[in-house]
Design a protein around this ligand. Structure first.
Ligand SMILES: NC(=O)C1=CN([C@@H]2O[C@H](COP(=O)(O)OP(=O)(O)OC[C@H]3O[C@@H](n4cnc5c(N)ncnc54)[C@H](O)[C@@H]3O)[C@@H](O)[C@H]2O)C=CC1
Ligand SMILES: O=C(O)[C@@H]1CCC=N1
Length: 271
């Protein structure tokens, strides 16, 4: 079985580890390198996986996953540079960090070391993630297939050119936050209209689950599904008019454009 070393056991590292274990991967095939000791202990206790140093974690690992903040990537790469990566197993580096291009990693790795850039999202914690994967210069179709298999266990996987990863980050990487924000706003509005918080929450959560299931399963477009709820002169039309008056579409467009720019800016920052 492919042995995976996850460097960085924060929110996305945990989502990946948890999702992989839930999908049937054995704890012995996963190892985490997390610098904050209490967090490392927590992950090790919760998931029954080994928590260790970067140098130890990458030894014998087929896949090295970088799951630290973009600002911490350079120090991790410097540390990786001091360990012997040319061991007995063929290795592949997979980065989940926003913004940073594959060349930035390749420059710090032995010549020809394969790198795959991934933009995942947190719903992989419950097996419903979506990840876009992009090949670096030295990543082969076989490397891409390995990454597809790993992330396919925790959600859907799409392949894109690296030039599209900033846009993907804006849409699906940050996307869950937009969904949670909409849920939060709807729950508050329900409470404002006199529902208990528990009732408003139950109604909103199941409305999101049901709507997502229809979008994913019916084959109808978002536009058609919305139109089907919008009776002429009815309640939904009254609500949608207010949302449009509030500039909801422009707000989403500008928000995603800001996320894309931010992702590109992270990549453009000097080492
Ligand atoms: N949170 C999200 O929804 C998503 C995050 N990402 C990317 O995933 C990466 C991680 O993000 P989060 O998990 O949210 O951040 P986080 O801050 O929750 O986790 C990062 C972890 O890395 C650890 N760390 C930092 N330097 C280290 C080192 N040298 N050695 C070992 N551990 C080290 C930190 O102690 C922390 O636990 C980021 O690059 C982000 O762009 C990508 C998609 C979605
Ligand atoms: O906010 C961030 O920078 C990360 C990348 C995508 C989602 N969270």
């Amino acid at each position: 079985m492919t042995r995976i070393a996850v460097i960085g056991g924060g929110r996305i590292g945990e989502a990946l580890i948890s999702g992989l274990l839930k999908s049937g991967r054995a704890p012995k095939d996963l190892v985490v390198a997390e610098q904050y000791a209490p967090r490392a202990e927590e992950l090790s206790g919760q998931f029954g996986i080994r928590a260790t140093t970067i140098g130890d974690a990458v030894e014998g690992a087929h896949v090295i996953v970088i799951a630290v903040k973009p600002t911490d990537v350079d120090s991790v790469m410097t540390e990786l540079g001091s360990v012997d990566l040319d061991g007995d197993v063929e290795q592949l580096l997979v980065t989940l960090a926003a913004g940073l291009p594959t060349v930035r990693y390749e420059a710090k790795l032995p010549a020809g070391f394969p790198v795959v850039r991934v933009m995942p999202n947190t719903p992989m914690l419950v097996g419903e993630g979506v990840s876009a994967i992009a090949a670096g210069r030295y990543a082969t179709a076989e490397h891409m297939a390995t990454v597809r298999e790993i992330l396919g266990a925790v959600g859907k996987v799409v392949t894109v050119a690296e030039s599209q990863i900033d846009a993907v980050t804006a849409v699906s990487g940050s996307g869950p936050a937009y969904m949670f924000l909409v849920a939060e706003a709807m729950i508050e509005a329900g409470v404002g209209l006199g529902l208990t918080r528990a009732t408003a929450t139950e109604l909103v959560v199941q409305t999101m689950v049901g709507s997502a299931a229809m979008l994913a399963g019916s084959g109808d477009s978002a536009h058609d599904l919305r139109a089907a709820v919008t009776s002429p002169g009815g309640t939904t039309a009254a609500a949608v008019r207010e949302l449009e008056r509030g500039g909801v579409r422009t707000a989403f467009y500008e928000a995603l454009a800001a996320a894309k720019s931010r992702s590109a800016a992270l990549g453009a920052s000097p080492e």
